[in-house]
Design a protein around this ligand. Structure first.
Ligand SMILES: C[S@@+](CC[C@H](N)C(=O)[O-])C[C@H]1O[C@@H](n2cnc3c(N)ncnc32)[C@H](O)[C@@H]1O
Length: 350
């Protein structure tokens, strides 16, 4: 009899199938650090840039004044590039959505200057080759016209997608123009990108079965389109509230995918937090805050969630309040609390 039974391989065991898609709740930097080098085939991502704070401060539109999420400081972007370069296999592409302000910052950080390689591309300090900006031109819903956006020095009607390459990979279709036209997606969520644009990037730079990553996934449009085109995907975000309902089954157990449920109340913005803390809010609002556990008994020595929120800088507070409200919900809650939760999901302001 063989002594080596511990390593016995059953010839009839079914091969283990890798899941086609994964969705995790994670800080993007931690997620990337946890991945093996050269394990990913394509990165398409859209971080929450510091420049959003400029748009919010100007308060040009409701969409931009709404504080959906916390931002990643510009000084951390080189780390993002280093990590994405590390996890990509050789001869792969990386697409980064960016506004004009952030595109400038990234080019400076990456040392992308006027000197060009003989093929017209430029080298980055992270090791990538930078090819060019692709433009998402925002159209009307029927796609026939460019839709004017914000600003007073020509309306901003486009977003940039910076196109990087590790090694050398030929695009799958050499006839696609660098202006991609699509209307803004009409779904709630933080700066959701259109499926048609994301699909084009995936089709251009990956093959069926390859693994696509988006560590700042938001609605998960990269996963939706990767799956539709037979690619595998890995999505991460610190907040899955706006994940596309078709991906909700992939979210870890117990995580709230608010978009998968229908809010049953008219959205209402909560009052200023110090009004709650000092008991100056209405009785209905105080009830809602109690149901949330925000108003601790006076005898409690531990700092409660409301105090923690109050310690945040005002510009970070709204995003934190929205996240706190989105990550919960139980039957029989006060109507006011359901209205606050609906507000947190809708992104509306007063
Ligand atoms: C601009 S949105 C991405 C939108 C996405 N491209 C889409 O089309 O739906 C940025 C996302 O980054 C998430 N986020 C913010 N800080 C993060 C971090 N440190 N790690 C991972 N995700 C983060 C936010 O929750 C938000 O969903």
């Amino acid at each position: 009899m063989s002594e080596n039974t511990g390593t016995l391989q059953l010839p009839f065991a079914a091969p283990r199938e890798e899941p086609a898609g994964r969705v995790v709740v994670s800080d993007a930097f931690e997620l990337l650090r946890s991945l093996a080098p050269e394990s990913i085939d394509l990165a398409v991502t859209d971080p929450p840039y510091e420049s959003l704070q400029i748009h919010r401060a100007r308060g040009t539109t409701t969409r931009l004044t709404t504080n959906w999420f916390v931002t990643v400081p510009n000084e951390r972007l080189p780390e993002l590039f280093r990590e994405i370069y590390r996890v990509l296999r050789p001869d792969r592409h990386f697409y980064l959505f960016a506004d004009e302000v952030t595109a400038d910052v990234i080019k400076q950080q990456q040392g992308i200057a006027s000197a060009r390689l003989p093929n017209g591309a430029r080298k980055c300090s992270s090791g990538f080759t930078y090819w060019k900006e692709i433009v998402w031109a925002k159209t009307t819903l029927d796609g026939t016209r460019i839709r004017g956006g914000t600003g007073y020095h020509f309306r901003a009607a486009c977003e940039r997608i910076l196109f990087f390459e590790k090694g050398k990979r030929t695009l799958n279709d050499l006839g696609v123009p660098d202006v991609l036209m699509a209307p803004r997606p009409g779904v709630p969520g933080p700066a959701v990108k259109p499926g048609a644009v994301v699909r084009t990037l995936i089709l251009m730079s990956s093959a069926p079965g390859e693994l696509v990553i988006d560590p700042f996934a938001g609605s998960g449009v990269v996963g939706v389109e990767a799956r539709a085109e037979g690619r595998r995907f890995l999505l991460g975000d610190i907040d899955l509230a706006y994940l596309d309902p078709s991906l909700a089954d992939l979210a870890p157990a117990g995580v709230v995918v608010a978009r998968a449920g229908t809010p049953d109340a008219e959205p209402r913005e909560p009052p200023e937090l110090d009004e709650l803390a000092e008991g100056r809010a209405s009785e209905e609002e105080l009830d809602a805050a109690r149901a949330l556990g925000w108003l601790q008994p006076v005898t409690s020595l531990r700092e409660g969630p409301l105090e923690k929120l109050l310690e945040l800088r005002p510009k970070e507070r709204e995003a934190a309040v929205r996240r706190a409200l989105r990550s919960g919900g139980a039957a029989g809650e006060p109507e006011m609390l359901r209205a606050w939760r609906a507000w947190a999901l809708s992104g509306r302001r007063k």
